[in-house]
Design a binder for this molecule. Structure first.
Ligand SMILES: Cc1cc2nc3c(=O)[nH]c(=O)nc-3n(C[C@H](O)[C@H](O)[C@H](O)COP(=O)(O)OP(=O)(O)OC[C@H]3O[C@@H](n4cnc5c(N)ncnc54)[C@H](O)[C@@H]3O)c2cc1C
Length: 347
């Protein structure tokens, strides 16, 4: 059976991964089709935390709503201040990020179709709105519930569960909260934006324990006296089960590829990097994806740390052992050198 249209590259999903990939392909004058199931590019359940490494990808830090050169890390009742000379984290509204990335794309080369959910994957075509779109290369940028990933038969066994409220109250400081008795191996956050604040928590664990995470979060909110009744509860998963990037003429990038950190849940930066690298590989088959190797190296360190936390958590259900370990580790923030190293590793 033939195809209705043919493109050299079809990208499924217009999140940061897909848009970044298209932008890089555009530089090489490739003709690309992006298929996005939502009616608008950008909006996504996300706390919108950004690390300033996005500079490495040519983004100006001005895209951030707020930049922070200090962050408070609360470890089971102990406060540690992480202070840097320059900003190292910031926040961004996901719709703004999506729209800004969309505006960089030239419609003469990049054909982007919203409200176009891909419903079926074939070896050289995808099915969308009753049509078959043929491709030479397929890029899966369709997030944590990726259809292309399922087509390739890759399971997703490692993922984080996250919940957040977006509240109208303003907070001035970006804060993280680790407390194993409430969040297990995960953490809660307060991420201030210009007109609202994301207050949420996440845990990398078995989905059957979702109710427990909600329970811990509610307890923490009431302990801190944070009111969320005027905010909307949202939730989502973050796939961090990386099982490869290139599968013949198909690439898995961003959350579809499991590129997010298994410790912090940071997924925007890895999505951008993997999108750029997939495009470079499509443009030049002999390109060596060394930036992928670098981010996978950092990801492995994050996951080793997570495994250590899981071990402490499994040895003591009350969370005391893990809290003691976290408090001890956080002593490192008293040292300027170790703080700098931590910023390099996590931000
Ligand atoms: C509550 C929460 C908080 C988070 N906070 C942060 C944070 O502070 N910082 C951070 O770095 N990361 C955070 N993340 C993770 C981050 O949101 C993701 O890692 C990031 O969005 C991944 O980008 P992506 O382009 O791979 O996928 P997505 O942003 O998920 O984009 C995938 C796109 O594909 C589209 N799509 C899906 N299926 C189809 C289909 N069949 N056909 C067509 N289109 C399809 C979707 O509509 C979507 O637009 C958070 C996640 C959650 C859930």
């Amino acid at each position: 059976m033939g195809v209705d249209e043919f493109y050299e590259v079809v990208i499924v999903g217009a999140g940061p991964a897909g848009l970044m990939c298209a932008y890089e392909l555009q530089k090489a004058k490739k003709r690309v089709l992006i298929l996005e199931k939502n009616s608008e590019v950008g909006p996504k359940v996300c706390a919108g935390g950004l690390t300033t490494k996005i500079k490495n990808l040519g983004f100006s830090l001005e895209i951030a709503e707020i930049l922070f050169s200090s962050v408070i890390v609360n470890v089971a009742g102990v406060q540690r201040f992480i202070v840097n000379q320059e900003p190292f984290v910031g926040t961004i509204e996901r719709k703004e990020l999506g729209q800004m990335m969309l505006q960089r794309l030239d419609p003469k080369l990049i054909d982007i179709r919203v409200s176009h959910p891909v419903v079926k994957i074939g070896d050289d075509y995808v099915e969308v709105m009753g049509q078959r779109m043929g491709y030479k290369h397929l890029v899966a940028a369709d997030g944590s519930n990726s259809l292309v990933r399922s087509y390739l038969g890759l399971p997703t066994k490692k993922f984080g569960l996250t919940i957040q409220y977006l509240v109208p109250q303003k907070f001035s400081t970006l804060e993280l909260f680790f407390d194993a008795s409430l969040f297990g191996c995960g953490y809660a956050w307060i991420f201030p934006h210009q007109n609202y604040t994301s207050i949420g928590c996440g845990q990398f664990m078995d989905p059957r324990h979702g109710a427990k995470l909600r329970e811990g979060f509610d307890r923490w909110l009431s302990l801190r006296g944070i009111r969320v009744d005027d905010g909307e509860l949202q939730g989502g998963i973050i796939n961090f089960d990386y099982r490869g990037f290139e599968f013949g003429n198909k690439f898995l990038i961003g959350d579809a590829g499991g590129f997010a950190s298994g410790f912090t849940g940071e997924g925007i930066y890895p999505a951008l990097v993997s999108g750029q690298e997939a495009a470079r590989k499509i443009i030049n088959q002999s390109y060596r994806t060394k930036v992928i190797t670098e981010i996978l190296h950092i990801k492995r360190i994050h996951e080793a740390l997570f495994s250590l936390c899981s071990l402490f958590s499994s040895l003591d259900n009350s969370g005391k052992l893990l809290n003691n370990f976290l408090r001890f580790t956080s002593l490192g923030f008293r040292s300027k050198i170790l703080t700098k190293k931590a910023i390099q590793l996590f931000c």
